[in-house]
Structure formats: structure tokens, C-alpha cells
Design a protein around this ligand. Structure first.
Ligand code: N01
Length: 891
């Protein structure tokens, strides 16, 4: 049966006295409120939607300023829940205008007969939870109050306009308009002198049209924004064809994508592309006129790394420079203070060209701030501008403003939401708040919301919430509430995610920085739409993890915990590995496992350029060994770090940790020499540590030949390589040198027992498994030899060893033996620093440019190595790529 005919019955609300009794009250009749009402009715709930405006539309009801359009392609900015609806509506343009979008929402309201349950012109004044009846009581400014079991805020993220914050607005004798509250009858600007304050999306969309109508336009700009041409017109052929060919697949791909638009994940990084290739990609994106395309499809590091982003910023600045004629105006319009995408970029139509018009003036508020608004116009601290009209395009109290506009929302124990959020919004999944049972937010702070295609996110939220209400009802529960543990875990996960992006580097409404006095922090979830969806599903799959459910007669269920404890990128990596469904490495045999590792490594991002990369042979314990040398681009001679790769003494070689060596060479400004020590089963214990020691001695003796600084060397290693590094330090102490200035041990193997808690807790599921470690040990070392300190360095004498930096990862079987080694070193009087990496797994730090959250850890490791070498901890050369690397033989 078509969806539209299921809903002809309006929900059955009842009245008791002056109070309307419903199962669910929803605030807002925009994209979210309409769909929720439809779903609620379909599920048999009685519901009412309370809407301040005179009709449906939400943000599209209010934002009627000239030029208002969506800036996600309309093919994507549509409901997808009903394929019939999808077919019944065809958008006229790539980016529809506000009137067309409003018509669409009206069409949807009619099609599903929604208006019957919407109380227009009704503002919520207060909402109070009553614990005894387990209901919310909602008071309104118009008509009956509402008593409901569940209360859903579908209030939108950008619906509470920000006050002007400029002195004297009341004194102005001319006309004042806000883009976010534009008069329905329109505004006649012909022949008038108009001022626009603000150059965000609203300003950038409206300025060209206002300029074409007004006699004179003066734009007051505080921060220049990045804008790219929308290239509006018919729907682009490629997207339409993809859509028409398989609509269901198109929609499904959007649901699991990063931004809610079906684009694939980009894996190529900027330094893998030549200048010409980058320009080609950029020109294509520029011509495409699509924010999601340019934000996600150029190169993988553009959104996560300042260097990758800077390349794009330069290219965009070049484009702006090609349009704007006046050099001073150009300089003012060119964004310099934030990475592209960190502040919401805009789509424009003739925006920059508008400043070439004789009737348009740009005032750069960075140079002459607004002093006041007077009866006749606007004064800066340098000049006065007489105007007839002021348009405030100054934005919104975003994400929290509309929710907190209903005040107070009083939850359990009389707590108000504004006091709980005094230091920033707290939520679980962006959907619920601890202490506020049965209260739900659609696209609330803590959800992907404004960093996604809102249409896709809204449907996901609405489905999740309504499905939970159905499940609660079916199970006989009457309330659900997030736990404090789950909420705190989500805050941690949000903070971890925000470290992945560059949003924290800009003053923007994403962080609350646009509203004076507002608590600051990245408010939307930056982990992406697909990952967010899978997390929400996982919460359900794990028995409503982090929710307290209650029902009549004392029925209760609480499966408490944090839904994501891994770093977000580690979670993605492990998820991808799990999807590959690989056979356990230990079943592949040594040769098979080596082939697998080689193939696996081919798929990773290429390491970054360093000054020079060379290869050579050195003398091991029993013959020559190959090595690879990474030299920084800075002038030498540099201290030398002897590096031992990971791989359980069985796998890997001097090239297998190439990205890590490059990264650490850049971060430390030191030479890294990666040594290919001998491996088992061909060469069992003690071949590896004896080679490690011999190689270190050889490198120390040949430091000057290698272009390194004579004197003590440093050692470093990962996993089994860290075991070799640790043993090398003990052997160097006992065998009369070489001198070692410091040791970096990254997730080291230090002992031959397998019963520490981390071996049990992390036995499986984190790539390095307990089974794999058993296999490595069996191949490498007979049981009788395992307690030899050259195999288990924790069993050796630890006094007199060089200072150490020991890194361990929370989700690693080797975690506890690394910590134990660090503690034992400290007890023996060795200076030790420890990094216990929360949410990381065994490979986190060597997966350079994949596990981005590993960067702060590698910075700490690099600083430690520099201190050990007697250098200042910090160096300043990582942010910009060094000159192209030279390949040269180093010996
Ligand atoms: O608001 P904004 P907006 N004195 O906050 C300036 C969505 N949207 O309404 O950057 C002087 O972006 C402020 O300066 P600064 C979209 O997500 C979508 O334009 O704070 N200037 C800034 O230039 C968008 O991001 C569409 O230094 C002051 C501007 O005003 C979001 O809504 C269309 C000031 C505000 O920009 C908000 O956009 C429109 C002051 N006191 C909006 N206070 C689509 O296309 C603020 N400013 C779908």
C-alpha cells in the first residue's frame, strides 16, 4: 500500500480539561517535524506538533531573503523514506530556491495529511517532566497545554537568529531586516541605500541580488569567507544518471557516506599527486559547484591536515583574485585566517564579481570596526555611512539556541536544561540528555547535523527515535533516559572526533564562537554520517547500551557503558579489517603472512617526503644487512636514530614501517636508519637482538659517513622491533658500547608470559591477537630460551640504561607488559616517560595518515627523542612540506 494512504487518520489526541493528552509532542514543523509526525502516526502514536510559524517549512518558512536557496544539491536534499514521494516530486534546479523548497514541504504535508495534527502559531513556553506520571507537561502561548509521554525537539539547528550585538540599532530611523526573519511580502530596495552586515551563507547569497536592486550597497564584513560558484541550472547529468539508474542504491550510499551525499571516500593524499594533478582535481571541483564534492573529493588530507588544506586554500584564493578588480577589496575579501571547511564555506552566484560594481562598497571591519548604529546609518571608528535600510545577515545562535529558547525545560529532580548546558551542550548521541527522560532532539548538538545533508540525518534520527518508542512500548517500558556514563563517554568520543578535523581552528558558529559569552567547543559530531548511523545501531544491538529503561511495577533495564571507547579512526580501521574477513595471519604460514603484509602495505598512503632517502648495507652479527636511511631536509649533521621495525620477529623488513620512519624523521629532524635484522623461522632467537646490537654499533661507528652527528645514537622500535631496541640498550651497556642517548619503545614486547590482563581483555578483535602472539613466539624462540633477557628484556638488569619513552595502547594485548617494563625501568632509576594511548590499538601510531588521532602521540615521541639527543623538544618544520625528496645511496 502506498505510504501516503496509510496516514489518512489523524492521531487520536484526547483532552482532559484544558490539557491536550498525547503520546508524543513534537516542536517544529520543518523537515524533521513533518517526517516524525508521519512516522509516529504510522506507528499508532497520538501526536501533536507545536509550531510557532503560520505554516509548515521550518527554516524555509522564515528565511525568505533574496537569493535564499539550499546549497546541498536538491536531488539529495529531499525525503527518501517513500519511493513514491521521491518519484512524485521533481526539482526544477540543481539548487532549488526557498519558495520551491517551501512548496515541496507543503506538498509533503498535504500528501500525508499532516497539517491536522499541527498547531500553528503556537509557541512552547515551558516544558516540565513529572516523575510520578512519567510525562512531560508543556505550556504554550496559544491554546491548550499538552501532556505527553515523549517530547521531541525538531527545532532545527539554525532557527534562532542572533541579536545584532551592535549599539544603537533602536535609534536607526530607517528599515531593519534580518535575513532569518525576512518579511513574507518581500522588501522593495529600489533606489535605496542599503547596508548588509555579515558575509556568511545568507549574506553571500543575498548580496548580489540586493546590489542589483539597491541604489547603493555597503557590505560590512568582519571575516571573509570562502565561497565557490554554485553553477546553478539543471541537475548535473552525472548525478541524475546515477540517481535514475538505481535510486535505492543512490539513497543507501548517501546514508552510509560521510556527509550524507553519495560520494566515495577519498584515499589519495595531496603529496601523492603532482601539482598538475591537484590542479586538475581542483578545477573539476570548482566547475562542479558542489560543496560536498570540494570538501571530500580532492585529496584525503584536505579536511584533516593543515598542509593538505593550505594547498586548496591557495587555489581558491587564486580564483578570487581572478575576479575581484580592486586590490584593496580583493585583499579584504580573501580569507586568510581559517582552513577551508573549518568555517562553513558558501556557494555563491556572482558574489565576488558583485564587488566590481560601481554601486557596491566593502567595509573591512577588521580595519575599522563598527562603532555604533545611528539614526541615519552606521559609523565605524573611521567613517560614517548614511543608509536607508540595514540588513542583518549576522547568523544564528546555532544548534542550542532554538532548544534553549524554550525556557525552562525542567527535567528529573527539577534541573533545567540551560543549567545542565551552562558550560556547553551535553548529550548522548546528540539525541538525548541524562536527567531528561523521554526528551529527544533531532539533529541536536552531538549529532552530525549541520556537517551533513540534513535531510538524510533527519530521517536517520527520526527513524531511530520512533523505532525506540515502538520498542519501549512493545517491551512495556514507559521511559528511557541516557546514563551519565554513556553521556560522558559520548563527550569524550566527540572530543576525539573533533581532533580529526580542522573545525577547532576557526571561530565559527560550529563552536559557539559567534555568540558572545556562549560556551565554546565543536558542537556537531564530526565523525561522519555513516559511522554515526552504525554507532546508533550498535547502541540498540548492545541492549540499549547507556540507557536506563523503566516501566510500571518497578520494571527496569540498564545496560550501562560507553558506546565508543576506540579512537574514531581506529574504530573505522578495525571495522574495515573486520569487513575484509581475513583468515587469521597465523594460519597463513610465514611465507603467506609475509606476502599478505606486503600486499596490505601497498594499500596504505605513501609516506611523506623527507629530505633524502637512501639504502645501503651494514654489518650485522652474522653478515651484511640491508638498511634504509631517511635524512631530514634541514641542514645536518643530524643525530641518528636506529630503528627496528615491527612484525613479531617473523614479518616485515627495513621498508615495512616506511611511513612511520618518514614521519618521525620529519618530526624529529633526525636521521632514521631502519635496519633489516634477521627473521625467524630462518633465523631464530637470538639472531634478531644480536643483529640489532651489531647494527647499532656499526651505525654508531659510521655516523659521520652516513652524514650523521658523531657521538651517541638513539634507538627506537615498534612491537618486536621495540623488543630488539630494548635489548640493544641492555647489550650496549654490558658490552662496552656504543653509547645510546635514549630509547623509544612503541608497544614493546618485553616478556614471555601471556596472563597479564591486557592479554585477556584484548585477546581478539584488535588485529594483533593473542593467538598471533603465540604464533610469533613459537616461531621465534624455544620455550627454554624465552626467559633470556635478550628475548624478555624485563627479566634483565635494568639499571644504567638510557632514558626511555614507552608508548602503550589501550586496546593491545601487549599493553600491560609495556607498562610493566616502563615501571621496572623507573624502579631501576632509569628516567622514563610513558604514553598510555587511550582508545588506540597496536598499530595506531605506525598507520601514519590513516590513524590521524595518532599524530599527538607521535609529536610527543618526537619531542622525547629530541630531548634525549640534547635538542630543544620542539621544531618547526613539519607544517610545510620539505623540498622534493632526493633518492640517493647513503653509504
Ligand atoms: O550566518 P553566519 P548565516 N558584527 O553565522 C557576521 C546555513 N545557511 O546566516 O564570521 C559584524 O554564517 C559574521 O562574522 P564572523 C549555513 O549552514 C545555509 O550567513 O562571525 N559582523 C558572519 O560574516 C550557514 O553557515 C544556506 O566574523 C557580524 C555573518 O555575520 C548558516 O546557515 C543559506 C556580527 C554571519 O554568518 C548560517 O549562515 C543561509 C557583528 N556583531 C544559511 N555578528 C543555504 O544555502 C555576526 N557577524 C542552505
Amino acid at each position: 500500500m502506498p505510504e501516503a494512504t496509510v496516514e489518512t487518520r489523524a492521531s487520536e489526541a484526547t483532552h482532559s480539561g484544558s490539557t491536550q493528552q498525547v503520546d508524543v509532542a513534537v516542536v517544529g514543523a520543518g523537515f524533521a517535524g513533518l517526517y516524525i509526525l508521519h512516522r509516529l502516526r504510522k506507528a499508532g502514536f497520538s501526536a501533536v506538533v507545536l509550531e510557532e510559524a503560520g505554516d509548515v517549512g521550518g527554516t524555509w518558512y522564515w528565511n525568505r531573503y533574496p537569493g535564499a536557496r539550499c546549497d546541498i544539491q536538491t536531488i539529495d536534499y529531499s525525503y527518501t523514506f517513500d519511493p513514491e514521494l521521491d518519484k512524485a516530486w521533481t526539482w526544477s534546479e540543481k539548487y532549488a530556491t526557498q519558495p520551491e523548497i517551501l512548496r515541496y514541504l507543503g506538498f509533503v504535508a498535504d500528501r500525508y495529511d499532516l497539517r491536522r495534527d499541527i498547531r500553528f502559531g503556537t509557541k512552547v513556553k515551558q516544558a516540565t517532566w513529572d516523575d510520578a506520571s512519567e510525562r512531560w507537561l508543556i505550556t504554550t502561548d496559544n491554546g491548550a497545554n499538552v501532556s505527553c509521554r515523549h517530547y521531541i525537539m525538531a527545532t532545527g539547528c539554525l532557527s534562532s537568529p542572533k541579536p545584532p550585538e551592535i549599539d544603537g540599532v533602536k535609534d536607526f530611523k530607517g528599515e531593519v531586516y534580518f535575513t532569518g526573519r525576512w518579511p513574507h511580502e518581500g522588501v522593495n530596495l529600489k533606489g535605496k541605500r542599503v547596508a548588509v552586515i555579515g558575509t556568511g551563507s545568507s549574506g553571500i547569497q543575498s548580496i548580489p541580488l540586493i546590489a542589483s536592486e539597491a541604489a547603493q550597497l555597503t557590505v560590512f564584513q568582519r571575516t571573509p569567507n570562502f565561497a565557490l560558484p554554485a553553477g546553478n541550472g539543471p541537475q548535473p547529468e552525472d548525478r541524475r544518471t546515477f540517481f535514475e539508474t538505481d535510486r535505492a542504491a543512490y539513497r543507501e550510499q548517501a546514508r552510509w557516506s560521510l556527509a550524507g551525499v553519495p560520494y566515495p571516500q577519498q584515499t589519495v593524499v595531496s603529496w601523492q599527486l603532482s601539482d598538475a594533478e591537484r590542479r586538475e582535481r581542483f578545477e573539476k571541483a570548482w566547475a562542479a559547484g558542489d560543496l560536498v564534492h570540494i570538501l571530500t573529493q580532492l585529496w584525503a588530507d584536505q579536511g584533516v591536515d593543515v598542509d593538505g588544506n593550505a594547498i586548496l586554500c591557495d587555489l581558491i584564493r587564486e580564483k578570487i583574485g581572478e575576479v575581484v578588480k580592486d586590490p584593496e577589496t580583493l585583499a579584504a575579501l580573501t580569507p586568510q585566517d581559517h582552513p577551508f571547511g573549518s568555517k562553513r564555506p558558501c556557494l555563491d552566484t556572482n558574489y565576488y564579481a558583485t564587488y566590481n560594481r560601481p554601486n557596491v562598497t566593502l567595509v573591512n571591519l577588521r580595519q575599522e570596526p563598527i562603532k555604533e548604529i545611528t539614526a541615519g546609518g552606521i559609523s565605524t571608528d573611521k567613517r560614517s555611512f548614511d543608509v536607508d535600510v540595514i540588513v542583518f545577515a549576522t547568523g544564528f545562535d546555532a544548534m542550542t539556541g532554538a532548544i534553549l529558547a524554550v525556557h525552562p525545560i525542567t527535567g528529573r529532580g527539577g534541573k533545567s536544561l540551560s543549567s545542565v548546558w551552562a558550560h556547553g551542550p551535553q548529550s548522548y548521541l546528540g539525541l538525548t540528555v541524562a536527567g531528561f527522560p523521554n526528551l529527544f532532539m533531532i539533529t541536536g548538538p552531538g549529532s552530525p547535523s549541520v556537517l551533513s545533508n540534513m535531510a538524510v540525518s533527519i530521517e536517520q534520527h527520526a527513524d531511530w527515535v520512533v523505532d525506540r518508542l515502538i520498542a519501549l512500548r512493545d517491551a512495556g517500558f514507559t521511559s528511557m533516559e541516557a546514563t551519565e556514563t554513556a553521556q560522558a563517554g559520548w563527550a569524550q568520543h566527540m572530543a576525539d572526533c573533533s581532533m580529526l578535523t580542522l573545525h577547532r581552528l576557526a571561530n565559527t558558529w560550529y563552536t559557539g564562537a559567534n555568540v558572545p559569552g556562549k560556551a565554546q567547543g565543536v558542537m556537531p559530531y564530526t565523525g561522519g554520517v555513516g559511522p554515526y548511523r552504525s554507532i546508533c545501531n550498535e547502541v540498540v544491538g548492545r541492549g540499549m547500551l547507556g540507557f536506563h529503561l523503566k516501566g510500571p511495577g518497578g520494571a527496569e533495564q540498564c545496560n550501562d557503558g560507553e558506546i565508543v571507547r576506540l579512537q574514531p579512526d581506529v574504530r573505522l580501521v578495525l571495522g574495515m579489517l573486520a569487513e575484509m574477513n581475513l583468515p587469521p595471519i597465523e594460519t597463513m604460514g610465514a611465507a603467506g603472512a609475509r606476502d599478505f603484509l606486503n600486499e596490505f602495505n601497498k594499500g596504505r598512503p605513501a609516506g611523506r617526503p623527507v629530505g633524502e632517502v637512501g639504502e645501503g648495507m651494514l654489518q650485522g652479527a652474522d653478515g651484511p644487512l640491508p638498511y634504509k636511511l631517511y635524512r631530514p631536509a634541514t641542514p645536518g649533521p643530524h643525530p641518528i636514530v636506529v630503528y627496528f621495525h615491527g612484525g613479531g620477529w617473523v614479518l616485515g623488513d627495513h621498508e615495512s614501517d616506511d611511513p612511520f620512519c618518514r614521519d618521525m624523521c620529519r618530526r624529529t629532524g633526525m636521521i632514521f636508519v631502519s635496519v633489516n635484522y634477521r627473521h625467524a623461522p630462518e633465523h631464530r632467537f637470538p639472531a634478531a637482538p644480536e643483529d640489532g646490537y651489531a647494527a647499532t654499533r656499526w651505525i654508531s661507528e659510521h655516523a659521520a659517513d652516513l652524514g650523521g652527528r658523531p657521538g651517541p645514537v638513539l634507538v627506537a622500535g615498534w612491537s618486536a622491533g621495540a623488543n630488539v631496541a630494548a635489548v640493544t640498550c641492555q647489550l650496549a651497556r654490558d658490552r662496552g658500547g656504543p653509547q645510546i642517548a635514549g630509547q623509544l619503545l612503541l608497544s614493546p614486547v618485553t616478556d614471555c608470559i601471556f596472563d597479564r590482563p591486557s592479554y585477556v581483555e584484548n585477546a581478539t578483535g584488535y588485529f594483533l591477537t593473542r593467538g598471533l602472539m603465540y604464533w610469533f613466539w613459537d616461531i621465534y624462540c624455544s620455550p627454554a630460551d624465552r626467559t633470556d633477557p635478550r628475548a624478555s628484556p624485563i627479566r634483565g638488569k635494568l639499571e644504567g640504561l638510557p632514558p626511555a619513552f614507552v608508548t602503550t595502547a589501550e586496546f593491545d594485548p601487549l599493553r600491560d607488559e609495556g607498562i610493566a617494563y616502563a615501571e621496572a625501568l623507573a624502579k631501576a632509576g632509569v628516567p622514563v616517560e610513558q604514553l598510555k594511548a587511550r582508545g588506540h590499538f597496536h598499530s595506531s601510531f605506525v598507520m601514519v595518515d590513516v590513524v590521524i588521532t595518532g599524530v599527538p602521540g607521535r609529536i610527543k615521541m618526537a619531542e622525547a627523542l629530541r630531548r634525549f639527543a640534547g635538542l630543544p623538544a620542539q621544531m618547526d618544520t613539519v607544517r610545510r612540506a620539505p623540498p622534493p625528496e632526493v633518492n640517493a645511496a647513503a653509504s
